[in-house]
Design a protein around this ligand. Structure first.
Ligand SMILES: NC(=O)c1ccc[n+]([C@@H]2O[C@H](COP(=O)([O-])OP(=O)(O)OC[C@H]3O[C@@H](n4cnc5c(N)ncnc54)[C@H](OP(=O)(O)O)[C@@H]3O)[C@@H](O)[C@H]2O)c1
Length: 254
């Protein structure tokens, strides 16, 4: 069931990696609450355009912004343009991410560097670039970082991914402390296993069945399950919640 009130009316949100999967669902969930949504993507303009249509159909207003979160300069330039074109920025959702998996002993330096650069440095770049706009938004200012259950528990074959996601939790808590004096909050949402391109690519059928046995709610999550949590944290009801990790994992980790 979606939150469809208009509590985000007039607010501008930037969702990184909004073209597909969880990011797309977040864009739509924020739009249902009335937000103007800037959809960031890296390569898939076709998918980003589809998200924009869904955002408009859901009652929000969509705009696209292509940049690689791994590049600090590209992020700074893009966020500056967003602030100028849309009159500010109230909500930043750091969702863009990559999963480059492999066992420790065969894992390459460039795989490690790219994973950390997109997932962790990407969130840092966006938070740094958006900070002055968010502080100007005061009590409306929100950062929501998408971490992962494996950032809290670790996972074989995911050393870099898990480290990047664990790092996002420390980043979130530090942002929460730095930005709190102006009423801006920073929280993380920690999904379990969610049905998207990312898991379709990395989770073979046999592993999926085994995983289901470990999930008390006995199903793989939906992108919407995560998006609803983000839409809540982005709204006025969550004004007194900061520095927290909200787990959306069907009970996989408690
Ligand atoms: N799926 C899960 O089970 C799960 C569980 C826990 C956490 N998460 C996290 O949730 C987030 C979304 O995951 P997902 O499953 O929806 O992934 P996905 O389906 O693979 O989508 C990834 C998104 O990130 C964008 N992206 C990738 N690299 C980027 C970059 N360098 N700059 C800007 N955008 C970039 C992609 O843009 P393009 O379309 O342009 O390629 C796409 O929109 C990730 O942070 C992931 O780690 C996922």
């Amino acid at each position: 069931m979606a939150i469809t009130d208009k509590a985000l009316d007039g607010r501008v949100a930037l969702v990184t990696g909004g073209s597909r999967g969880i990011g797309r669902a977040i864009c739509v969930a924020l739009a249902r609450r009335g937000a103007k949504v800037i959809i960031n993507y890296a390569a898939r303009e076709d998918a980003a355009r589809e998200t924009a249509e869904l955002v408009n159909a859901a009652g929000g207003t969509a705009a696209l912004s292509a940049f690689d979160v791994a590049s600090g300069d590209a992020v700074t330039e893009a966020v500056k343009a967003i602030g100028k074109d849309h009159g500010g920025l109230d909500i930043l959702v750091n969702n863009a991410g990559v999963a480059i998996n492999g066992l420790l002993m065969r894992y390459k330096d460039d795989q490690w560097a790219r994973t950390l650069q997109v997932n962790l440095a990407g969130a840092f770049h966006c938070a740094r670039a958006a900070a002055s706009l968010l502080l100007r938004a005061k009590e409306r200012g929100r950062i929501v970082n998408i971490t992962s259950v494996v950032g809290e528990s670790g996972n074989a074959g995911q050393v870099a991914y898990a480290a990047s996601k664990a790092g996002m939790i420390g980043l979130t808590q530090s942002l929460a402390k730095e930005l709190a004096s102006r009423g801006v909050t920073a929280n993380a949402v920690s999904p379990g296993f969610i049905d998207t391109d990312m898991t379709a690519e990395h989770l073979p059928e046999a592993a999926r069945a085994k995983l289901l046995e470990q999930i008390p709610l006995a199903r793989i999550g939906l992108a919407d399950d995560v998006a609803h949590a983000v839409a809540f944290l982005a709204g006025p009801e969550a004004a007194y919640i900061t520095g927290q990790v909200l787990r959306v994992n069907g009970g996989l980790l408690m």
